[in-house]
Design a protein around this ligand. Sequence first.
Ligand SMILES: CC(C)(COP(=O)(O)OP(=O)(O)OC[C@H]1O[C@@H](n2cnc3c(N)ncnc32)[C@H](O)[C@@H]1OP(=O)(O)O)[C@@H](O)C(=O)NCCC(=O)NCCS
Length: 181
Amino acid sequence: MVISYPNTYFVDNGFRMIATKSASKLATNPGGGSDATIISVRSATLQDLGQVIAIDTDATGIEKVDYWYELFHRYGSRTLKQRFFLVAADGSEIVGFIIGEVRDWEFGSPPCGWVFGLSVKPSARLGGVATLMLETICAGFARSGVKKVRTLLSRDNGLVMSFFRSQGMVAAPVIALERDL
Ligand SMILES: CC(C)(COP(=O)(O)OP(=O)(O)OC[C@H]1O[C@@H](n2cnc3c(N)ncnc32)[C@H](O)[C@@H]1OP(=O)(O)O)[C@@H](O)C(=O)NCCC(=O)NCCS
């Protein structure tokens, strides 16, 4: 099955989405053109992990190798169909990742999709890569039967807030609480 959005194609062969939307913005040729970049979003593999760790280290300033291998073990193998660890690839180069899962009845809410990791390589930003990854993971959530997607982000992270707001996400009817231990 192929679902067509303007300039975007979802290919229903295990999570894969190929976009030409990014092409005009990401192309090395500023005018777009026939050698425009094609970004595909697919499930992460073990071979991708080094590049994913590098993107995360660049974004957060903290290298967490053990964390990423553990996360890949839990989400990358997709032993549960409700877990998603996706990457955006430009050929062999990984330019972004997104991680999320469907959580059932947590926080007293009906099952919904949660996005808890998202990052795009600085050189690939503002080309629609994060939009493409969010669309792909949301398609996966919808296929799992849920009707809503949520995320949590730091209140002072204006960049990530701008991105999610641009995707139509608004304040949820829940608040996060914490205390020192
Ligand atoms: C937030 C982030 C994922 C966006 O990725 P991206 O691929 O550049 O996003 P897109 O190109 O799909 O942008 C979609 C929309 O988001 C908004 N947006 C994205 N970057 C923006 C910026 N720098 N300033 C303002 N709005 C922005 C815009 O509305 C944009 O739409 P437009 O291009 O039509 O204006 C990326 O900037 C990033 O990885 N930032 C660091 C994330 C991070 O800190 N991760 C660690 C904690 S999880």
